[in-house]
Design a protein around this ligand. Sequence first.
Ligand code: ZN
Length: 199
Amino acid sequence: MAYKKIEQYDEEVTKTLMAHYAGVITALGEDITREGIEKTPERVAKAMQYLTQGYQMDAHAILNGAKFKEAYSEMVIVKDIELYSLCEHHMLPFIGKAHIAYIPNGYITGLSKLARVVDCFARRLQVQERLTHQILDAIQESLQPQCVAVVIEARHLCMMMRGVQKQNSITTTSAFSGQFQKNETRSEFLRLISSELAK
Ligand SMILES: [Zn+2]
């Protein structure tokens, strides 16, 4: 049988959200019975559950589920991991890239798992600073590598569409543990990802 993607939503949560969004749309001055908008509360209710699915994910389970004994002890870098999150102050998206590096200490993880850990914490109401540290902590605790580095660059729609309306500013946050706190190792990591940072 061909691959089928099935999306599942909690019925109770969907109903609750639908009722609230119908209220929000009406309060904004729209006619909730208008054809184009009639099903919007349901669509938004489902979209919001999708965008916040990280609450149902367990970062440690993701990393421990693909943890392999390996003597490799050089720097492992995964850069340009796409990141989609929602700022917790305005519930507007911030989108960008995460770059992760670690130096193993007996264990490595599947590379795709690092991307899933980013999703786990990004798919929630977030601030970029906390997101950066949560990713670092989950990797440090699960794999217990020698050290971890996380850099996130993102554009915040709450800055672009409202408030100061700064279209081109990119916010960069970083967190380092162990050797990455030392200049030499950190510089090597930053040099290796810098071709992307310059874009
Ligand atoms: Zn915001």
